[in-house]
Every structure is written in C-alpha cells, then in structure tokens.
Design a protein around this ligand. Sequence first.
Ligand code: LM2
Ligand code: CA
Length: 497
Amino acid sequence: QYKSSPKPVRTSIVHLFEWRWIDIALECEMYLSQHGFAGVQISPPNENLVVMNPWRPWWERYQPVSYKLCSRSGNESEFRDMVTRCNNVGVHIYVDVVFNHMLNSAAGSGNRGICNSYFNAERHDFPSVPYSRFDFNDPICKTPSGDIENYSDPIQVRYCRLYGLLDLSQWKDDVRSKIIDFLNHLIDLGVAGFRIDAAKHIRPEDINVILTKLNNLNARWFTKGSRPFIYQEVIDLGGEAVQSSEYFRNGRVTEFKYGMQLGTVLRKWNEQKMANLKSWGESWHMMPSNKAFVFVDNHDNQRGHGSGGSSILTFWNPRLYKMAVGFMLAHPYGFTRIMSSYWWPKDIQNGTDLNDWVGPPSNSDGSIKPVTIYANETCGNGWICEHRWDEIRNMVIFRNVVYGEPITNWWDNNNNQVAFGRAGKGFVVFNNDDRNLLVILPTGLPAGVYCDVISGRKEGKTCTGIQIHVAANGMARFQINYQAKHPFIAIHVEARL
Ligand code: LM2
Ligand code: CA
C-alpha cells in the first residue's frame, strides 16, 4: 500500500443565509465539523446600501457600495475570526460575491453604505472602491429604460441594468483589477471559493480573466497550489439567449431545473411520479453532473424571487421537503447545497408573497439576532436551521459515505414508491404514495443489522430508530406506511450495528 488512508470526504455545503459571522464560527466548531459538512456559503460580506423602505430587506445585500468587509453579518475582524475558526475544524467558507453591479441607479447619494461609505448613484461615484462613471456600461446599453428588457438579446443581458442596478464593465482592466483585489483579499484571509452572483449578466470570458488572476488558496489550510472552488449563478431554464454551457470552463454552474423538476415530481404535478426519477440527471435536460451545482431551494426561489415558481419545495412544506432533500443527497448527480433559512411572516395575496422582502430576525436597530440553539439541537429566535433537522443532517453523512458509488438495484412500483442503492455502501427507500409500502428488496449491502438514519440514528451499539435486517443474500424487508412520520428509510455501512 502506497496510498495514505483518505480522510473522510465531505460532499455538501450549507447556505447559512444572513447568519452573523460569530454564529457561523460557532456552528462550524459545534456542529458542522462533527456532521460531515464540507463548508458554508455565506451571505455577501462586503458593504451594501442600507435600505429603509421596505425596512432592512434581505436583498439590500445585493446592492454593493464598496468592497470593505463590513455588513450586517459582521466586520472584517469577525470575518477573519470566522474563516480561521471554520478552517481550523475543516469546514470551508464559500463567499457569495456580487460584482455584476453596484446599487440601484435611483438610490440618491450620501453616506448610506452600511459602514458609512459615501456614494452618488446618479454620478456613478463610489469613492470607497473607487469606481466612477467610466466604469459602468451605460453607454453600451441601448434599451430606452437602461434596464434589461429582453432576455433573447445577450447584449442587453450583459450590458444593461438588472433591476436598475448600476452595471459594471468587467471588460475594463481597472474594473477587473478592483474585483480581483477584492477576491484575492478574501482568498488570503482563507476562503475556499465563490458563488458568483448574477453570472448570467457577466460575459463568461470576463469571469475567466478574473479567475485566472486569482491567488492560490491560503497554504495555511489548503494544499499548495489549490484553486478556489467556483460556482456561477446562471438561471437557465431554456429558451433564453444566454446558456449555462457558456460558463462550464470557469467552474460549476447552478442547475435551476433541478429544484423545479424535483418539486414537480414530489408534488405529483403534470402527472409526474417518483418512478420517473429512475432516469434523473442529464436526461432530464440538465447539464452534465460534473458541472452541476444543485439544491432543492435557494434564498431567492424559496420566497418567489429568481426562478422555479410554485413547484419549489421549502421548509414551509417539511414532509415533502425532507423527501426532496433526502433524494437529492442520496442521488449521485451534481454538487449539493443545503438551504438554511429564517422564518418570515409569509403573506400570499393573488399568488405573490407581500413579505418576500422581509430580512433576517433582527432587533429594532436593524442588527441581526443571534442564532439560539436549544438542548435538542434545534434553533430558535426565528432561525429554521434545516441543516440541523435529523433527516437532512443524516443524509449529508449518507452522501459522504456513498461518495463515488453508482446507483444500483433501482426498484419502483411504477408509481411513487422507489428504492435504490449505492453499490454496497448505502440504500434508500421512499414512499410518496397514498398507500402503504411493504417490500423485500435486494440491497447490495453486506449482511447485518442496520440503523435507519431517517427515523433515528446510531448511538454506540444501539439504534434510536427502525432497524433493517439485511440477509446474507443482501435481501431486506422494508415497511413504510403512508401516514408514517418518516416517508423514507436510509441505511448505510457506517450505520451498521
Ligand atoms: C441574484 N442572482 O443573480 C441574487 O440571487 C438575487 O437575490 C439578487 O436580487 C440579484 N441577483 C441581484 O444581485 C435581489 C432581489 C431583488 C432586489 C435585488 C437588489 O431578488 O428583488 O431588487 O436583490 O437588492 C430590489 C427590489 C427591486 C428594485 C431593486 C433596485 O426588489 O424592485 O428594482 O432592488 O432598487 C427597481
Ligand atoms: Ca452586467
């Protein structure tokens, strides 16, 4: 043997949406590192516009004022502390970077950045970067409004304003160098990669130039020569001028068809059924698995922004949501992200949520409330913490255990009961029918007694949930009644008793 034993792989990240840096540092140390999470996607860390009307919406963080590390989540020293502490326990930080645009053209002027930086939107003046009017695409955009009006025209999509947000010229050297400095500062502090916000609105060749100028990851935590992990936010449901595939050479790309189609199947809309998931992956018009960045919901489409519409499943529909996340984590397609949300007073009127803007749990001065953690490991103060739900957390571990193994022993009842294995490492069974499931199936697993990690977990030599007996020939009996609290079962070789 010449290979050192591989350390356990970690295959999923969690978006701790709007969390404070000090809470993320604790979460890395107290929870994520022990439960197999590879990393955390954080909300944009740079200075943004303070929006007072509506009051402190979450989306103010998508309106940059400068690249100072100063936001509602914390300041630069808190950021540095978070990155250090998370890296020290093997959990990496992935930064949501917004460099397609600055703030809204109608934002006026003043010292209204969250750290008091001055800007003048009308004059396109951002002295804290600095950017000036020559750094924006206004002269190139030809639409009457200056906004993107037609998504079939790639010139508009790249050079006009998205929602009226001042559109930066990433094709210019001086703009590129400001962005490169910002990203390299983050890399030097120890971050592991980036979500590139609004990548569809930036030419892939411009992103490419920026990426080639980035530093290697900080050698204090990463193997020498490591490059940042990149996932680009491109919403491509088909039928538009800009396509996901243009971005493949830069890194991974968000696959928005994933959550939309999986939600449609689990809701049984359009006569879909889980049995159809036998061919889940590229043949569902999705991009190649090794390019895809996937998720059941994200911070936009869980509240009707972005894309996907009403088929998207979220924590508001916990039973189906757990099945969707469970299926995603059991299935080998794509690189997976788990959403971790906060509660808001959803108010649907005529199909739209009037409170889709509501920001994170906060105090009257606008500061974000701490994440409280109860003794039973759930969260309070308005934080949902889907990543701490037992079923989801245990499936994150399942994905690590079965990593690299193909799907084997697929079974379905030609309706909404399905099961599949991952080549002798794990096996899952789902029941989304309105009738009981009782089957004996070949699992491909070594004989033994396994602990179902959905109804419970393995604690030492005992199991707090259902036990599954795999016979010498690999056969096992599964029962999931349709009203059962847990509509699926998952077993893997590290939860053998
Ligand atoms: C993204 N991906 O490409 C983010 O995932 C998404 O959350 C961002 O939009 C978007 N790109 C721009 O970074 C969010 C939010 C918008 C919001 C913008 C800017 O979904 O609703 O727009 O951030 O804060 C808001 C208002 C909109 C207004 C705009 C400018 O909702 O009505 O348009 O600000 O004032 C005039
Ligand atoms: Ca643009």
